[in-house]
Ligand binder design. Sequence first.
Ligand SMILES: *[C@@H]1O[C@H](CO)[C@@H](O)[C@H](O)[C@H]1NC(C)=O
Ligand SMILES: *[C@@H]1O[C@H](CO)[C@@H](O)[C@H](O)[C@H]1NC(C)=O
Ligand SMILES: *[C@@H]1O[C@H](CO)[C@@H](O)[C@H](O)[C@H]1NC(C)=O
Length: 382
Amino acid sequence: MYTQTVLIALFAAVAEARFGQEQGNGAIAAIGALSNLGQPGQAATLSGTSIQFLLAAANPCGKLKQADLIVSELGTSDAAIAAARGLVAAEQNFNPFLVSIPSICSDPTLPTTAALRGVVPLIDPAVVGEVLENANSKKSITTPFPADGLSVAQVMVAQGFSNFTAVDQAGNKVAASTLGTSASSGSSTSSNSTASAAASSSLATDAVAATSTAAAVVCGGTSFVTVTRTCTGSGSLLTCTSPSVGFGAVTNAVTGNFGGFVASTNSTLNFGLCVPTMKFEAGLDGRAATESTFQAQDPLVNKGQEEALNPAIITNRIHDQLTNVCGANQAAKDAAAAAQTLIVGLGTRDASTAEAWNSALGFAGTNINPDNAPQTGLVGHT
Ligand SMILES: *[C@@H]1O[C@H](CO)[C@@H](O)[C@H](O)[C@H]1NC(C)=O
Ligand SMILES: *[C@@H]1O[C@H](CO)[C@@H](O)[C@H](O)[C@H]1NC(C)=O
Ligand SMILES: *[C@@H]1O[C@H](CO)[C@@H](O)[C@H](O)[C@H]1NC(C)=O
């Protein structure tokens, strides 16, 4: 009895030594430290329940769903996003007696939170290729990689590391080398031309290789006019290409289309005459159809300010206009100042940046492409 107790204690100590390193990016502690967010005790609970997703037995997609849960429960403040990204980036253990490479989630829908996409995990320093991957992981926390339509596994392959096993939510495994690296190129060039079909409503319902055309598709909160795409593979490994897409021309590219006044959903924040939302569109003000920039949506706010590649320029302008022309209350100005800090902290320059700004001010879900600008690269997937 005595001997058995000692053995177990010793084994636990060894396991913990390695596990301590896996928490080396501080993910678990950072989640627990968010005690000022959400309901009392929620951060501590999320921190505790997150540990299981870093253990060898866990499905690697579980950690991504847990990161989404953290954002849904603790909000989209920069601290909450940073902590959730930390979990996405945390190393998951594997059993070295069974396998020699890590398992990575191959579900392209996860994580669902835009601000968490494009973040890739740390891996065990014993795995060949770790120098590149661990550098990529550290970079991705502040500057996520392009991830539209891509699983975390595909993002990792696209960034040069493929010494891992890709695992879908059902536990099906494939070698990373068989994955496509782009949602718009797919893993194979062969298309199933016999399976042409009109997609009924959403691209996300296609589960088999097919060529489909869909009307009025909504993707990432943005409506598109028509999409033609070819998909290969099946299930969670389905990859699709949308080569020639009629997204409609940019209308009114300088001041833009504006849907009219709406109040913030946060009743504390009064933005006066203005709607302080930001858009992210390609082709604004003479830019190329492939070059997306930020701009304020409300003509009262964007008057006299050109669109910009740097979101901080636009958030600064919006903040100034709250005093100059809008007559916003102090709480609204303070919230805008806090959101400016959040946007700088995110370090992103994509659709998620505009969405994070709009959400922070009580305008979550605002269409960030009111002018129907081209949105190449955004395609549906299962
Ligand atoms: C992947 O990493 C394992 C563990 O370090 C190593 O044995 C294997 O050779 C690597 N495979 C490739 C293709 O680099
Ligand atoms: C094409 O797709 C159909 C179903 O959509 C399937 O039955 C058929 O086997 C596929 N053919 C090829 C060559 O993949
Ligand atoms: C509303 O805004 C205030 C001030 O920024 C903030 O403290 C509060 O958490 C917000 N409420 C919601 C529900 O977002």
